[in-house]
Design a protein around this ligand. Structure first.
Ligand code: PRT
Ligand code: ZN
Length: 283
């Protein structure tokens, strides 16, 4: 049995549960309990505060955990980052009041900066040879300058609207973060084998999301050009159409290149292009 710690409630809870579900793992109760056992996969889920997850994984209370990279690095426990999960994206940034003139990191010299991320901030300041005072607070960091507690802040930002409504501007990005899967360094062979199975599933879910299934009709004389655009997993599937000189082509296309590929396909006389989501993809 592999024990996984996820956030009990908060920004990472829903995406963590959704990921397990997409991996075919069904839980027999919700986060009202401290833990839940999956009935179709050898995994037990612990619901915890995100700040505690690195420590619990380090102490072997949980074997693996889902947590923001920002928390993982701030807690600085000797545990592995196994997989970047692609949700919970944000950045850890320094922000100053809008009215302050800011040109470079040197302008932070002598300022008092409020943060809940003192380890990461101290390191950033030391790396950049800035002499600023770090004032650690546990929450509502964004109001610190307006109540006179600090001159600047270092906090997580996603849309930027919290900074904006508090009259602050983002001036330095310390870290780009997303949810990650982390693991204890000394898992038993049995637990490692379950983790490998889980990773195969996570990978197939993530790969599927990054790709689309594409079907189109094309004149045979353009097939070579079309194959160069749609290499597929091994190579594209080609089926002759009833109409002489035409074929149906089926392949996968990466989400990032999608529109560019579609435009080029049209230049190569592709017609009747159908694009479908892929649920799982094992490469
Ligand atoms: O109760 P528990 O301790 O488990 O939860 P928490 O309150 O400490 O964490 P939570 O749920 O707020 O965040 C969990 C994780 O989500 C963080 O550690 C990040 O990895 C990730 N994440 C992604 C964020 C944000 N985006 C985010 N925008 N965490 C916090 N914020 C906050 C930020 O602190 C600021 O107050 O949202 C505000 C800024 O948002 P914008 O959109 O206005 O810029
Ligand atoms: Zn927390």
């Amino acid at each position: 049995m592999l024990k996984i710690a996820i956030q009990k409630s908060g920004r990472l809870y829903e995406d963590s549960i959704k990921l397990l579900k997409e991996c075919g793992i069904e839980l027999n109760n919700g986060n009202k309990q401290l833990k839940a056992v999956a009935f179709n996969f050898p995994i037990e889920v612990y619901f915890l505060r995100d700040d505690d997850i690195p420590q619990y994984v380090y102490d072997n209370v949980a074997d693996i955990g889902i947590v923001g990279e920002n928390v993982l690095l701030e807690k600085a426990k000797d545990i592995d980052l196994v997989y970047r999960l692609g949700f919970g994206k944000c950045r850890l940034s320094i922000a100053v009041p809008k009215s302050i003139e800011y040109n470079s990191v040197k302008d932070l010299d002598g300022l008092k900066i409020a943060t809940s991320y003192s380890v990461l901030l101290q390191k950033y300041l030391a790396d950049n040879k800035v002499n600023a005072e770090v004032h650690e607070i546990s929450g509502s960091v964004e109001i610190a300058p307006s109540i006179g507690l600090a001159d600047a802040i270092c906090d997580l930002v996603s849309s930027g609207s919290t900074l904006f409504t508090n009259g602050l501007k983002e001036v330095e990005v310390i870290l780009k973060s997303e949810a990650v899967l982390t693991a204890n360094k000394n898992l038993s062979a049995e637990k490692k084998a379950i983790l490998e199975k889980l990773l195969l599933r996570i990978n197939s879910v993530k790969t599927a999301k990054n790709n689309k299934y594409i079907m189109l009709n094309a004149p045979n004389k353009q097939l070579k050009n079309i194959f160069s655009l749609l290499p597929g997993m091994k190579s594209p599937t080609v089926v002759p159409l009833a109409e002489e000189g035409w074929s149906s082509v089926q392949s996968v296309v990466n989400e990032n290149d999608f529109w560019e590929v579609i435009e080029k396909l049209k230049q190569f006389d592709a017609e009747g292009i159908i694009v479908m989501p892929i649920e799982k993809m094992i490469v």
